[in-house]
Every structure is written in structure tokens, then in C-alpha cells.
Write a protein that binds this ligand. Structure first.
Ligand SMILES: [Zn+2]
Length: 75
């Protein structure tokens, strides 16, 4: 589960504050569903909150093949 969040975070782009036009800073990420992570951000200048969501697509592993599952972020 932690690995899922880490992978999603690796490809995460911070939202831009609509007021200051600068990148928001990541605050935390929360798994809100089996395959959806909510990422919370705040603007370091005006403290406006922002968030983005990542959907994780689990790659199906054939039965009997117990290699580590791979995940990729939906486009
Ligand atoms: Zn701002």
C-alpha cells in the first residue's frame, strides 16, 4: 500500500496557486479508495489549500504468478 502511494507521488505535479501563480507545496497524501489517492497541497505564500487526485491502475497478475505486482498511474 505504501508502495502504491510512493509511485503515485513520484509522478505527481503540484498544482499552481491561482492567486500567487506559484507551485503549491505538498502537505500529505491519503488513500481515499482502493485505487484513488488524494494529495493535499498548500500555497507557501497565501496558504490557500489545493488538492489533486491520482488514480492507480493495478496491472492484473495472472493467477499462479506471484511476482510483485506493478502499478502505473492513469494518464
Ligand atoms: Zn497563493
Amino acid at each position: 500500500m505504501v508502495d502504491k502511494i510512493r509511485r503515485a507521488f513520484d509522478e505527481l505535479e503540484a498544482p499552481i496557486c491561482s492567486t500567487c501563480n506559484i507551485e503549491m507545496r505538498w502537505t500529505r497524501s491519503t488513500l481515499v479508495a482502493a485505487d484513488i489517492i488524494n494529495h493535499l497541497f498548500h500555497c507557501p505564500n497565501c496558504s490557500r489549500a489545493g488538492e489533486t487526485r491520482s488514480k492507480i491502475e493495478a496491472v492484473m497478475v495472472p493467477p499462479g504468478k506471484l511476482s510483485a505486482p506493478a502499478f502505473k498511474r492513469a494518464a
